[in-house]
Design a protein around this ligand. Structure first.
Ligand code: CTP
Length: 451
């Protein structure tokens, strides 16, 4: 995935950056951390080092023991580079979170008095800052002018949330957003960069992503790059994966949609590609970069998702239907509907893509559906769905658990087949994707017992 530089400045919200570093690392990114001297008064460098597996740097005069490399990459031997220049040259994005009022002012003024500020100045990769401070400091004209200056220079400012502040009894705008939102903002920016290649260059993200086809798979972790040229266990297999959530337009600006981020589908596409399969990804409104070697088709509505998926299914061995299609559509109004006392939408059900595909599947084809169910009797409902839709397996997500599903980088699922149920305990979406593919392997080895 990507190489992220995380700058942490001095503020109480620095504790949330630890969680950001954990989530980003779990999601497969290589993270290096730069702290201002004041940040170390709030959280310890040792905590970041333990999470990301690389030394933290504070002073611009410090020697980087990793010589500008990111976790998981080989270190350059021999030459001892200038720390801040090497790190920013290697990173795909630089996020400062939290960005205190003092650090925002320094960045806007072009100061270079610490490893963080010096690196920020030298960084040509996409830069984001997440200001977090007391609401009066945030609202002050000086801070707002500094943020406006940074925005003008192309820095993405992730707006702080409104809510209770660290100072007792105070409430206002100034809270650092949740780490999940910070990661989504970084990934969305990277995805945007990836789809916007500069003249004469390939997209920035392509250089950031490891070649996931570059070797055989390791079923247990599924994440390690392996030697090139080795055959994978899914060589010759064709897999179609759907991801994200469809949107049904209501008028020129509004739509019916859902919260699916597409992360699970992306992890499945990456896992299948690692096994050597030829993977087609049909992505509905997904703001994440696709894994290397995967063919991506972008769609918006359930109708488009149905068209692109059904048309291709005949030639595929496996369908992993991880997308969350909107179940209803309406005839969109031209222009923008004006505010009014009430609005009735005539909602019509959309096509059930999974059911339509399952009825036409051949002996050598495996169809996997996903079900997001809420709380008790979830397994019974998933089993009913398995039969109703004619799928070979339903991957059940209990969305009543806030730690998993939707925007989270972790998941916990139960794999429901006609033969049995298997719990895949809470783990990264990459690890869960591998467990799903392992179960598909076993289903395909004994199709008569489950179809
Ligand atoms: N699905 C589909 N077409 C739709 C809706 C859902 O192919 N129009 C697929 C999803 O991609 C998923 C599976 O069906 O793999 C189950 O989705 P879910 O939303 O749980 O099923 P619904 O049929 O919408 O059932 P309900 O909302 O009644 O739970």
């Amino acid at each position: 995935m990507a190489r992220l530089l995380l700058g942490v400045s001095g503020g109480i919200a620095a504790y949330k950056s630890l969680e950001f570093a954990r989530l980003a690392t779990l999601a497969g990114h290589g993270v290096r951390v730069l702290m201002t001297p004041n940040a170390e008064r709030f959280v310890g460098a040792a905590s970041f080092e333990g999470i990301v597996g690389a030394p933290v740097l504070t002073s611009e005069f410090e020697r980087d023991p990793m010589r500008g490399a990111f976790p998981g990459e080989p270190e350059e031997g021999g030459h001892d580079p200038i720390g801040h220049l090497e790190l920013v040259a290697n990173c795909d994005a630089f996020l400062v979170a939290p960005a205190s009022a003092n650090t925002v002012a320094k960045l806007a003024g072009g100061f270079a008095d610490s490893m963080l500020t010096t690196s920020f100045l030298a960084c040509t990769a996409p830069r984001l800052i997440a200001p977090a401070m007391n609401d009066r400091m945030y609202a002050d004209a000086a801070t707002q002018a500094n943020l406006a200056t940074l925005r003008e220079r192309g820095v993405e400012v992730i707006e702080p949330d409104e809510g209770p502040l660290a100072s007792r009894g105070e409430h206002g705008r100034g809270r650092l957003p949740d780490p999940e939102r910070l990661l989504a903002a970084v990934e969305a920016l990277l995805a945007g960069e990836a789809s916007r290649p500069a003249a004469g260059e390939t997209a920035a993200i392509e250089t950031a992503l490891p070649d996931l086809d570059a070797g055989p798979e390791q079923p247990d972790t599924g994440t390690d790059p392996l030697p090139p040229g080795e055959p994978g266990p899914w060589d010759g297999m064709r897999v179609i994966v759907t991801a994200g959530g469809t949107r049904e337009p209501i008028d020129a600006v509004r739509f019916i949609g859902n919260r699916s981020s597409g992360r699970m589908g992306m992890a499945l596409a990456a896992a299948a590609a690692r096994r050597g399969a030829e993977v087609t990804l049909v992505a509905a409104n997904v703001a994440l970069p696709e894994p290397a070697g995967v063919k991506r088709i972008d769609v918006e509505t359930t109708g488009e998702l149905a068209h692109e998926t059904i048309e291709r299914f005949e030639t595929q061995h496996v369908l992993l239907m991880a997308a969350a299609p909107a179940d209803f559509r309406t005839e969109p109004v031209t222009g923008k509907i004006k505010r009014q006392d009430s609005l009735n939408l005539n909602l019509q059900p959309t096509e059930d893509i999974l059911a339509a595909i399952a009825v036409q599947k051949g002996d050598n084809q495996t169809v996997v559906g996903f079900a997001a169910e809420h709380g008790g009797e979830a397994i019974d409902r998933a089993r009913a769905k398995l039969t109703r839709k004619g799928a070979d397996m339903i991957v059940l997500n209990d969305v009543s658990d806030p730690r998993i599903g939707f925007e989270s980088v972790e998941n916990e699922v139960t794999l429901v087949t006609a033969a049995d149920e298997e719990l895949v305990p809470r783990a990264s979406k990459d690890a869960v994707a591998d467990a799903i593919l392992d179960r598909v392997d076993r289903l395909r080895a004994a199709p008569q017992s489950t179809i």
